[in-house]
Design a protein around this ligand. Sequence first.
Ligand SMILES: C[S@@+](CC[C@H](N)C(=O)[O-])C[C@H]1O[C@@H](n2cnc3c(N)ncnc32)[C@H](O)[C@@H]1O
Length: 196
Amino acid sequence: MDELLRPEGIAAAAAIIIAVVAVFSIIIHTFINGISPMPSSWKARRAIAAILAGEMKTGSIAELGSGWGTLLPVLSRKLPQCAITGFENSPVPFLFSRLLLLCMRRKQIRVIFGSFYETPLAPYDAVVCYLYPGAMEKLKLKFTRELESGSLIISNTFAVPGWEPERTVVLNDFFRSPVYVYRMGPGNSGNTLFIG
Ligand SMILES: C[S@@+](CC[C@H](N)C(=O)[O-])C[C@H]1O[C@@H](n2cnc3c(N)ncnc32)[C@H](O)[C@@H]1O
């Protein structure tokens, strides 16, 4: 008992409590959101950044559900002139991503705490996401109402239901994961690229 009351004991107990609270927070928000904060693979991050860099040099990009923030630095390296905003509503990944950005000192990136359903998308030239089918269904309406004609939607793995992608990049990974590229407005056509 005496050992627990020593500074080392108190620090160890505090660390355990923080770790348990953090794990519970992640589990609870995974249930609320319907998706865990699992990051995009390295291949997906590289492919998304390459697609965007091929489409735009300046402008603003929103990442809907930015998780631990691991896609943001990849985007910022490829798109140094773009303003990049991540939205995340799970506190632990959000705080981690803030810490990551603090270390990187990139002024072009910010991460906002809150639900992306509550944020207007009209100011963004491109949105990026890695979510799940139910979220894509809900976002479809939001994209239609809020995104300007010509805006890009890049979705890792999950398609916007009922929409024809302008193109689909198939990753050279075990699952042959698709990255869907949509452009708001008329004139979509589908073709498939392979990226290693
Ligand atoms: C599979 S992770 C993808 C993380 C990151 N975009 C990436 O590609 O590495 C999905 C993230 O979306 C977040 N999310 C889900 N619904 C959200 C909402 N309504 N508002 C903000 N974030 C949300 C989750 O908390 C999770 O961190």
